[in-house]
Design a protein around this ligand. Structure first.
Ligand code: NDP
Length: 328
């Protein structure tokens, strides 16, 4: 197999969105254990902002992205579970999905059910895996519980809040604007706190008869971390899974004791998808909730891959809602 001309988006140094440059490359045949995929859609995720800005340093030059969907063009030696023409998607594995064509290990690839189109698959894999492990594995939510979920109108937020509601959970969501509050309500939040207008701790206490919640899912980080701890019941769990507002400062252990034996965890999707059987189980659960209609994947922004600078500008500027896909 000869090389294939492709487009790739890379940055050579961390910085503002315009460090992202689209370039021409030639992709060689896949190596042993690899698959060559032609992307039909690529998912945009906040982690790519951390990479691009240097919050999570990456080897340079860096082609960001770990979520995509497309068609298998070629398989390397030893790949037995996938064949040319298969419809596949992934939401974990090595970085590098901002491309038209890429080679990648077969391990993270999952076959897409016929009922799910490429854009939906590209939008839901990483965010869906995240919602799945947060609600079903890190802290297994129970029907009747009230939980606090930050950034409820975002990509992970819209998926997780619908999913939690379908499990009988009462979700309190946080958002920054009234428009986003409407969207969060439409996505299953029983209550929404508008962070630019309301005090998070006071409202959560009011909404839980002063008791607090058993779990907080916090991806906002620095700006909300202490408030989130203060919203928990004794022995509650703080799930800090992102830092859109900046990295969380070091936490004195004593804070957990003072608030009543709290549990603090800082999970990553990689730890929950590295085992193939576990990953496939999560994927099946995700596809199941989408097929049943319990979770609707809302692609509220679509950009050509060539417009990736605009896509990053909007995501970082908090002007996106739901999921965003890049179209090669
Ligand atoms: P979102 O679509 O949720 O976008 C991020 C949202 O964070 C914004 O829309 C905004 O919502 C909110 N936000 C709060 N403060 C800020 C700020 N200062 N600057 C920018 N945004 C802010 O992104 P994703 O769905 O891609 O990801 C959601 C979060 O989950 C991210 O923090 C991401 O890193 C994390 N994540 C973690 C994973 C893990 O395994 N640990 C895996 C996947 C995602 P609003 O305006 O309403 O406040």
């Amino acid at each position: 197999m000869s090389t294939t001309p492709a487009k790739i988006v890379r940055f050579y140094n961390p910085g503002a969105p315009d460090v992202l440059k689209m370039e021409d490359i030639e992709v060689g045949p896949p190596k042993a254990g690899e698959v060559q995929i032609e992307h039909k859609a690529i998912g945009l995720n906040y982690i790519e902002v951390y990479w691009r800005t240097g919050v999570y340093p990456q080897p340079l030059p860096c082609c960001p992205g770990t979520e995509g969907a497309g068609i298998v063009r070629a398989v390397g030696e030893g790949v037995t579970d996938l064949k040319v023409g298969d419809r596949v998607a992934y939401g974990s594995g090595p970085v590098g999905s901002y491309t038209t064509v890429r080679n990648m290990p077969a391990h993270p690839l999952v076959k897409i059910p016929d009922s799910i189109d490429f854009e939906t698959a590209a939008a839901m894999m990483l965010k869906g895996f995240t919602a799945q492990y947060l609600l079903r594995r890190v802290y297994k939510v129970q029907a009747g519980e009230t939980i606090l979920f930050h950034a409820a109108a975002g990509g992970v937020g819209t998926i997780a809040t619908q999913w939690a509601k379908s499990l009988g959970v009462r979700v309190i969501g946080t958002v920054s604007t009234r428009e986003k509050a409407e969207l969060a309500k439409a996505n299953g939040c029983a209550e929404v706190i508008i962070t630019s207008e309301e005090n998070i701790v006071d409202r959560v206490k009011e909404l839980t008869d002063g008791k607090g919640v058993p779990v907080v899912y916090d991806s906002v980080g620095k700006a909300t971390f202490v408030d989130s701890l203060n919203c928990l019941k004794p022995r509650g769990m703080m799930v800090s899974f992102g830092n859109a507002s900046g990295k969380v400062d070091p936490v004195p252990l004593q804070w957990l004791a003072e608030r009543g034996s709290l549990v603090l965890t800082r999970p990553t999707v990689a730890s929950f998808t590295v085992d193939k059987a576990e990953m496939l189980e999560s994927a099946a659960e995700m596809f199941g909730v989408v097929a049943s209609g319990a979770v609707k994947i809302q692609i509220n922004q679509r950009y050509a891959l060539a417009d990736v600078v605009k896509a990053h500008t909007e995501l970082e500027g908090r002007r996106t809602t739901g999921c965003t896909v890049l179209i090669p």
